[in-house]
Ligand binder design. Structure first.
Ligand code: HSE
Length: 423
């Protein structure tokens, strides 16, 4: 039977979960997949993590060089996170001819061509199922199961932290700040939540998914990004009355040879399949021209779900005679490939003085920018009134220009929020 040695870099939550699965399922993997996968090296500063897993301290390496030189290591699994030294360690592994498996989305999406080139030189494999969607096998779906399709569209909830915060804000009518504090206390959100709540994490994952979907690398800085920090309980409640739920969506679409790619909060029609994806769950909705709509749903983080994706890569890698190459990753999209002025429906909430002509003035600005209104609501009968508009499909630039002019109108007191609507 083929014997495959695995080194795990970092035995924290994800590395520990991966090791646990590899140890517990070793016999089953042998029986079901015909490969004997053994952990032959680990790299971690904490000896007790090695001992807690029941592993022999003899396999604890003192450096990445030692692992690169170890003939009993075939696959290096990186669970360290961060850009460096993760990237240098993986390059070292690839240069030594060892295949790599990583869950590190930021490092991977920023270093993909470099890693791919290093892997191609030695014939090593490059696997990254766990970078996107945790336990959901979305990468293998995109690389191994969509050959018959042109991918037309991806809509995804790929950040569990923000989905958890938005679900609780919606259910409890609570503020972003209150739920964030709670989510941090419960360990759902990091002490520094910026990567999650400002949409960076989702945009790294969307960059990976879009590159696979559209056969050309989409650099993360070409993705429009907006986080969830400006969402209020008031908007979420009004959205609910209008038939929407709020979600942080990662959206990529192919239109007439160009790509639209964006991460931002949306009001999503409550009938959409993604609308019921709640708490820390993730889901990816893909539209292919042959298959139509498909959707994957699952846990996007955690020791065992992420470990599940990593072990799947390890076993898949162990069974390959020749590793697939993604030469298109060196073919990079530029600003010319991107539709910056995308189309959407919009929700706008503003406060205005309840005086004659205020609606006419606002409508005049909408008319000037060719924005068509589909719904309008004036909430209470006070001196200052909240007014809500929902538009028909409008170009982003026209909508933003209209909002800027509306904010400057004499009887408009404040523009409170602008949220894109997905039906
Ligand atoms: N921070 C991510 C999330 C998990 O909240 O979904 C790892 O990708």
């Amino acid at each position: 039977m083929k014997k495959v040695g695995v080194a795990i870099l970092g035995l924290g939550v994800v590395g520990g979960g991966t090791a646990r699965i590899l140890i517990d399922r070793r016999q089953q993997i042998k029986e079901e997949y015909g490969v004997d996968v053994e952990i032959t090296a680990v790299l971690d500063l904490k000896k007790e993590r090695v001992l807690d897993l029941g592993l022999d301290l003899k396999i604890l390496a003192s450096s990445m060089d030692e692992i690169a030189l170890n003939p009993n290591v075939d696959i290096v699994v990186e669970c360290m996170g961060g850009l460096e030294p993760a990237k240098s360690f993986l390059l070292k592994a690839l240069e030594a001819g060892k295949s790599i498996v990583t869950s590190n989305k930021e490092m991977f999406c920023k270093s993909w061509p470099e890693l791919e080139a290093a892997a191609a030189k030695t014939g090593a494999g490059l696997y990254y199922e766990a970078t996107t969607g945790g336990g959901m096998p979305i990468i293998r779906t995109m690389t191994q199961a969509m050959q018959a399709n042109n991918i037309l569209e991806i809509k995804a909830i790929i950040n569990g932290t923000t989905n958890y915060i938005l679900t609780r804000m919606s259910q409890e009518g609570a503020s972003y700040q209150d739920i964030l504090k709670d989510a941090q206390a419960l360990g759902y959100a990091e002490a520094n939540p910026v990567a999650d709540v400002e949409g960076y994490d989702s945009s790294y994952k969307l960059s990976i998914l879009s590159s696979l979907a559209f056969n050309k690398r989409l650099p993360v800085d070409l993705i429009y990004r907006e986080g969830i920090t400006k969402l209020t309980a008031e908007d979420i409640a009004i959205g609910k009355e209008l038939g929407y739920v709020v979600k942080l969506l990662a959206i990529a679409k192919q239109k007439e040879g160009k790509i639209e790619a964006r991460v931002h909060p949306v009001f999503l029609s409550k009938d959409h399949p993604l609308a019921n994806v709640n708490d820390a769950f993730n889901a990816v909705f893909v539209v292919g021209d042959a298959v139509g709509d498909i959707m994957l749903y699952g846990r996007g983080a955690g020791a065992l779900p992420t470990g599940s994706a990593i072990v799947s890569d390890v076993v898949f890698c162990a069974r390959q005679e020749v590793h697939a190459r993604y030469s298109e990753m060196n073919n990079c999209m530029t600003a010319d490939d991107i539709i910056e002025d995308f189309e959407s429906d919009y929700y706008l909430r503003l406060n205005a003085r309840d005086v004659s002509g205020v609606i006419a003035d606002i409508a005049g600005v909408f008319k000037k920018h060719n924005v068509s209104i589909s719904q309008m609501r004036q909430d209470r009968n006070n001196e200052i009134i909240p007014i809500i508009f929902v538009t028909h499909k409008t170009r982003e630039k026209a909508m933003k220009a209209a909002v800027e002019e509306i904010a400057a109108l004499k009887n408009v007191v404040s523009v409170e929020n602008l949220i894109r609507v997905e039906k």
